[in-house]
Design a binder for this molecule. Structure first.
Ligand SMILES: [Mg+2]
Length: 273
Protein backbone atom coordinates (compact mmCIF):
# COMPACT_ATOMS: atom_id res chain seq x y z
CA UNK A 1 0.00 0.00 0.00
CA UNK A 2 1.49 3.37 -0.98
CA UNK A 3 2.15 5.77 1.89
CA UNK A 4 -0.69 8.04 2.64
CA UNK A 5 -0.06 11.59 1.41
CA UNK A 6 -1.53 14.21 3.62
CA UNK A 7 -1.78 17.76 2.29
CA UNK A 8 0.83 19.99 3.98
CA UNK A 9 -0.58 22.95 5.90
CA UNK A 10 0.40 26.28 4.36
CA UNK A 11 3.53 27.88 5.84
CA UNK A 12 2.82 30.96 7.84
CA UNK A 13 4.81 33.36 9.85
CA UNK A 14 4.24 33.03 13.55
CA UNK A 15 3.19 36.38 14.81
CA UNK A 16 1.92 35.36 18.19
CA UNK A 17 3.33 32.65 20.41
CA UNK A 18 0.87 31.54 23.06
CA UNK A 19 2.25 31.27 26.60
CA UNK A 20 5.32 33.24 25.56
CA UNK A 21 6.93 34.53 28.75
CA UNK A 22 7.08 38.30 29.04
CA UNK A 23 10.68 39.37 28.78
CA UNK A 24 11.69 42.68 30.32
CA UNK A 25 12.31 45.53 27.85
CA UNK A 26 15.88 45.51 26.53
CA UNK A 27 17.07 48.99 27.58
CA UNK A 28 16.57 48.64 31.37
CA UNK A 29 18.13 45.18 31.13
CA UNK A 30 21.19 46.57 29.37
CA UNK A 31 21.37 49.32 31.95
CA UNK A 32 21.35 46.83 34.80
CA UNK A 33 24.08 44.81 33.08
CA UNK A 34 26.11 48.02 32.74
CA UNK A 35 25.53 48.69 36.46
CA UNK A 36 26.75 45.24 37.45
CA UNK A 37 29.75 45.51 35.13
CA UNK A 38 30.66 48.76 36.84
CA UNK A 39 30.93 46.84 40.10
CA UNK A 40 33.32 44.32 38.53
CA UNK A 41 36.90 45.13 39.47
CA UNK A 42 38.89 46.25 36.45
CA UNK A 43 42.15 44.74 35.41
CA UNK A 44 45.44 46.29 36.27
CA UNK A 45 45.67 49.54 34.30
CA UNK A 46 48.96 48.71 32.63
CA UNK A 47 47.66 45.35 31.44
CA UNK A 48 44.75 46.95 29.59
CA UNK A 49 46.89 49.65 28.03
CA UNK A 50 46.37 49.41 24.26
CA UNK A 51 45.51 45.75 24.52
CA UNK A 52 43.77 44.65 21.31
CA UNK A 53 40.23 43.35 21.59
CA UNK A 54 40.10 39.62 20.98
CA UNK A 55 36.32 39.29 20.82
CA UNK A 56 34.63 39.24 17.44
CA UNK A 57 32.12 42.01 18.05
CA UNK A 58 33.53 45.32 19.04
CA UNK A 59 31.46 47.90 20.91
CA UNK A 60 30.24 50.80 18.82
CA UNK A 61 31.72 54.16 19.64
CA UNK A 62 29.68 57.17 18.62
CA UNK A 63 31.21 59.99 20.60
CA UNK A 64 34.14 61.11 22.72
CA UNK A 65 33.88 63.57 25.56
CA UNK A 66 37.09 65.33 26.56
CA UNK A 67 38.22 67.06 29.68
CA UNK A 68 39.88 70.42 28.89
CA UNK A 69 42.66 71.40 31.34
CA UNK A 70 45.52 68.93 31.20
CA UNK A 71 43.83 66.89 28.46
CA UNK A 72 43.14 69.12 25.43
CA UNK A 73 45.44 71.79 26.83
CA UNK A 74 48.89 71.41 28.36
CA UNK A 75 48.59 71.41 32.17
CA UNK A 76 49.68 74.80 33.45
CA UNK A 77 47.42 75.20 36.47
CA UNK A 78 49.21 74.10 39.64
CA UNK A 79 46.16 72.57 41.31
CA UNK A 80 47.99 71.54 44.51
CA UNK A 81 49.22 75.11 45.02
CA UNK A 82 45.67 76.34 44.33
CA UNK A 83 44.18 73.96 46.93
CA UNK A 84 46.80 74.94 49.52
CA UNK A 85 46.09 78.59 49.02
CA UNK A 86 42.32 78.10 49.27
CA UNK A 87 42.38 75.73 52.26
CA UNK A 88 45.52 76.76 54.11
CA UNK A 89 48.43 74.39 54.66
CA UNK A 90 47.04 72.43 57.68
CA UNK A 91 43.55 71.91 56.26
CA UNK A 92 45.10 70.93 52.91
CA UNK A 93 47.23 68.22 54.58
CA UNK A 94 44.23 66.94 56.60
CA UNK A 95 41.88 66.71 53.60
CA UNK A 96 44.56 65.27 51.32
CA UNK A 97 45.00 62.37 53.79
CA UNK A 98 41.29 61.54 53.81
CA UNK A 99 40.85 61.83 50.01
CA UNK A 100 43.55 59.64 48.45
CA UNK A 101 42.33 60.10 44.87
CA UNK A 102 42.38 63.91 45.13
CA UNK A 103 40.72 67.00 46.56
CA UNK A 104 37.38 68.21 45.20
CA UNK A 105 37.83 71.91 45.87
CA UNK A 106 34.57 73.09 44.25
CA UNK A 107 32.49 70.76 46.41
CA UNK A 108 34.47 71.61 49.53
CA UNK A 109 33.83 75.33 49.29
CA UNK A 110 30.21 74.99 48.21
CA UNK A 111 28.86 75.22 51.78
CA UNK A 112 31.27 77.81 53.13
CA UNK A 113 30.06 81.18 54.44
CA UNK A 114 29.54 83.65 51.55
CA UNK A 115 32.53 85.91 52.35
CA UNK A 116 34.89 82.96 52.80
CA UNK A 117 33.53 81.37 49.63
CA UNK A 118 34.00 84.59 47.64
CA UNK A 119 37.64 84.76 48.73
CA UNK A 120 38.12 81.11 47.67
CA UNK A 121 36.62 81.78 44.23
CA UNK A 122 38.94 84.79 43.82
CA UNK A 123 41.98 82.59 44.50
CA UNK A 124 40.70 79.93 42.08
CA UNK A 125 40.01 82.59 39.42
CA UNK A 126 43.60 83.89 39.78
CA UNK A 127 45.03 80.44 39.12
CA UNK A 128 42.65 79.90 36.21
CA UNK A 129 43.61 83.28 34.72
CA UNK A 130 47.28 82.20 34.80
CA UNK A 131 46.19 79.05 33.00
CA UNK A 132 44.40 81.06 30.31
CA UNK A 133 47.39 83.35 29.83
CA UNK A 134 49.65 80.37 29.18
CA UNK A 135 47.14 78.24 27.27
CA UNK A 136 48.71 75.71 24.91
CA UNK A 137 47.03 72.97 22.90
CA UNK A 138 48.03 69.44 23.94
CA UNK A 139 50.27 67.67 21.39
CA UNK A 140 48.21 65.14 19.44
CA UNK A 141 44.87 66.88 20.17
CA UNK A 142 44.42 68.40 16.70
CA UNK A 143 45.40 65.12 14.96
CA UNK A 144 42.99 63.13 17.12
CA UNK A 145 40.16 65.56 16.40
CA UNK A 146 40.95 65.37 12.68
CA UNK A 147 40.68 61.59 12.90
CA UNK A 148 37.34 61.81 14.76
CA UNK A 149 36.07 64.20 12.07
CA UNK A 150 37.05 61.73 9.34
CA UNK A 151 34.99 59.02 11.10
CA UNK A 152 32.07 61.28 11.97
CA UNK A 153 32.53 60.64 15.68
CA UNK A 154 31.00 63.31 17.90
CA UNK A 155 33.16 65.45 20.17
CA UNK A 156 32.01 66.93 23.48
CA UNK A 157 33.77 68.66 26.35
CA UNK A 158 33.25 68.75 30.12
CA UNK A 159 35.35 70.98 32.33
CA UNK A 160 35.22 72.25 35.89
CA UNK A 161 36.74 75.48 34.57
CA UNK A 162 34.58 78.51 33.65
CA UNK A 163 32.82 79.18 30.32
CA UNK A 164 35.20 82.06 29.59
CA UNK A 165 38.11 79.59 29.50
CA UNK A 166 36.15 77.24 27.20
CA UNK A 167 35.41 80.15 24.83
CA UNK A 168 39.09 81.12 24.77
CA UNK A 169 40.07 77.52 24.15
CA UNK A 170 37.63 77.25 21.20
CA UNK A 171 38.98 80.50 19.78
CA UNK A 172 42.60 79.32 19.95
CA UNK A 173 41.99 75.69 19.01
CA UNK A 174 39.92 76.32 15.89
CA UNK A 175 37.81 73.16 16.33
CA UNK A 176 34.58 73.00 18.20
CA UNK A 177 33.29 70.65 20.87
CA UNK A 178 29.56 70.41 21.32
CA UNK A 179 28.07 70.33 23.87
CA UNK A 180 30.89 71.98 25.84
CA UNK A 181 29.87 72.10 29.50
CA UNK A 182 31.72 74.32 31.96
CA UNK A 183 31.22 74.59 35.72
CA UNK A 184 28.20 76.84 35.19
CA UNK A 185 26.45 73.55 34.32
CA UNK A 186 25.41 71.82 37.56
CA UNK A 187 26.17 69.26 38.79
CA UNK A 188 29.79 69.19 37.67
CA UNK A 189 32.23 66.28 37.39
CA UNK A 190 32.72 63.77 39.04
CA UNK A 191 28.91 63.64 39.01
CA UNK A 192 27.83 61.70 35.90
CA UNK A 193 25.19 64.41 35.20
CA UNK A 194 27.09 66.40 32.56
CA UNK A 195 28.09 63.26 30.63
CA UNK A 196 24.53 61.89 30.72
CA UNK A 197 23.32 65.29 29.52
CA UNK A 198 25.68 65.11 26.52
CA UNK A 199 24.59 61.53 25.73
CA UNK A 200 20.94 62.53 25.69
CA UNK A 201 21.70 65.62 23.57
CA UNK A 202 23.48 63.35 21.08
CA UNK A 203 20.77 60.66 21.34
CA UNK A 204 23.29 57.93 22.15
CA UNK A 205 23.69 55.48 25.04
CA UNK A 206 26.47 56.12 27.59
CA UNK A 207 28.09 52.79 26.63
CA UNK A 208 28.62 54.20 23.12
CA UNK A 209 30.71 57.05 24.48
CA UNK A 210 34.23 57.40 25.87
CA UNK A 211 35.32 59.98 28.42
CA UNK A 212 38.99 60.99 28.13
CA UNK A 213 40.70 63.00 30.84
CA UNK A 214 43.77 63.40 33.01
CA UNK A 215 41.94 63.16 36.33
CA UNK A 216 41.10 59.86 37.97
CA UNK A 217 38.81 61.45 40.55
CA UNK A 218 36.90 63.68 38.11
CA UNK A 219 37.08 62.36 34.54
CA UNK A 220 37.35 58.61 35.11
CA UNK A 221 34.79 58.73 37.96
CA UNK A 222 32.35 60.77 35.83
CA UNK A 223 32.77 58.41 32.87
CA UNK A 224 32.39 55.17 34.83
CA UNK A 225 29.48 56.46 36.92
CA UNK A 226 27.65 57.38 33.72
CA UNK A 227 28.25 53.90 32.28
CA UNK A 228 30.67 55.09 29.58
CA UNK A 229 34.18 53.92 28.69
CA UNK A 230 36.87 55.87 30.49
CA UNK A 231 40.37 56.59 29.25
CA UNK A 232 42.90 58.13 31.60
CA UNK A 233 45.59 60.36 30.13
CA UNK A 234 48.58 59.94 32.41
CA UNK A 235 51.57 61.63 30.79
CA UNK A 236 53.97 61.15 33.67
CA UNK A 237 52.84 57.81 35.13
CA UNK A 238 51.77 59.50 38.36
CA UNK A 239 48.75 57.22 38.69
CA UNK A 240 51.01 54.15 38.85
CA UNK A 241 51.65 55.14 42.47
CA UNK A 242 50.23 52.66 45.05
CA UNK A 243 48.07 55.39 46.61
CA UNK A 244 45.74 55.06 43.58
CA UNK A 245 45.57 51.26 43.68
CA UNK A 246 42.28 51.07 45.57
CA UNK A 247 40.26 53.88 44.07
CA UNK A 248 36.60 53.10 43.38
CA UNK A 249 36.51 53.97 39.68
CA UNK A 250 39.26 52.62 37.45
CA UNK A 251 39.78 53.50 33.80
CA UNK A 252 39.18 51.03 30.97
CA UNK A 253 42.24 52.44 29.20
CA UNK A 254 45.31 54.36 30.13
CA UNK A 255 47.44 56.31 27.66
CA UNK A 256 50.49 58.49 28.13
CA UNK A 257 49.67 60.77 25.18
CA UNK A 258 46.68 61.67 23.00
CA UNK A 259 48.64 60.29 20.04
CA UNK A 260 47.96 56.77 21.42
CA UNK A 261 44.19 57.18 21.36
CA UNK A 262 43.61 56.71 17.62
CA UNK A 263 45.17 53.23 17.48
CA UNK A 264 43.28 52.25 20.64
CA UNK A 265 39.98 53.30 19.05
CA UNK A 266 40.75 51.49 15.78
CA UNK A 267 41.77 48.30 17.59
CA UNK A 268 38.98 48.01 20.15
CA UNK A 269 35.93 49.77 18.74
CA UNK A 270 33.52 49.66 15.84
CA UNK A 271 33.77 53.20 14.51
CA UNK A 272 31.17 52.98 11.76
CA UNK A 273 28.68 55.80 12.25
MG1 LIG B 1 42.01 67.94 33.66
Amino acid sequence: MPPLKLPLPPLKTQTHIPHMPHYPPLQPLLRSITQSLKKTPTKNMSSVNLKPNTTTTKPQLKGIVFDMDGTLTVPVIDFQAMYKSVLGEDEYVRIKKSSPSGIDILHLIENWAPDKQLKAYEIIADYEQQGMDRLQIMPGAAELCGFLNSRNIRRGLITRNVKLAVDLFHERFGMSFSPALSREFRPFKPDPGPLLHICSTWGVEPNEVMMIGDSLKDDVACGKRAGAFACLLDETGRYDSPEYANVEHKPDYKVSSLAQVQSLLEADFDLTP
